[in-house]
Design a protein around this ligand. Structure first.
Ligand code: MP5
Length: 215
């Protein structure tokens, strides 16, 4: 079994926590409370914006053939920021809010991974980020009603185009694994699993907010 396949197999438990998550179920049914959706909107906007630093660090370490695809991925993430701003404007949502704990923790984890560890480990984590979101939003795309107001989001990450991108990430990961040290592959496994857990915590934060500090 390839590395990409085995990572998905080993993390079916975390995947199961958001396939579907109560948040994505409520989005598909269009019953999500506006404040819940807007919290996700703002936090995901900040996740992507801060996450660009992770891509920049990966890009700096990339083998030459992967510089171009990573630069394109940065452009895609940047264009997503525009989609977030347009949708937030239409929904009257404020994007310049505080980073909640789950968002900050996830972004810090991404940045630390790309900074500290060999490229293959960061690439494995990029695969976790994109594949988990693709699967989550694919579920919405399949279960939503035609003309849903949330269709742009399901289209963004759940499309065939995005599926092709995640296949590219998986194939490249498997190629990188061929030349990687066993120690680095073990670390890739650990960090992939951590990313899968952070995905779950992100959905939980979006759906139920986070406990505030006792005053
Ligand atoms: C992604 C995301 C996908 N937007 N938010 C979370 C919490 N996980 C993964 O990343 P991108 O940059 O939107 O493709």
């Amino acid at each position: 079994m390839s590395l990409a396949e085995s990572l998905l197999r080993e993390n079916e438990d975390w995947w199961g926590t958001w396939l579907p998550h109560p948040f994505t179920r409520a989005v598909a049914e269009e019953t999500v409370a506006p404040e819940v959706f807007n919290r996700w909107l703002a936090q995901d906007y900040l996740f992507v914006r801060e996450g660009l630093r992770f891509l920049a660090l990966l890009l700096a370490k990339a083998p030459s053939p992967l510089v171009d695809p990573l630069a394109e991925t940065m452009m895609t993430w940047r264009n997503e920021l525009v989609l977030f701003r347009e949708q937030a404007h239409a929904a009257g949502a404020d994007l310049e809010v505080e980073l909640l704990h789950a968002t900050r923790t996830y972004d810090d984890f991404l940045i630390a991974t790309a900074h500290r560890h060999p490229f293959v480990v960061g690439w494995a984590v990029l695969y976790a980020v994109e594949k988990s979101y693709h699967d989550a939003w694919r579920w919405v795309a399949v279960h939503q009603s035609p003309g849903s107001r949330y269709a742009p989001w399901a289209e963004n990450w759940g499309s065939e185009l995005f599926a092709g991108f995640t296949r590219f990430l998986a194939e490249t990961l498997d190629d990188l694994a061929l030349g990687a040290a066993p120690r680095d592959l073990e670390l890739a496994r650990v960090q992939f699993r951590h990313a899968a857990q952070l995905e779950y915590l992100f959905w939980e934060m979006a759906f139920s907010e986070e406990p505030a500090a006792a005053s």
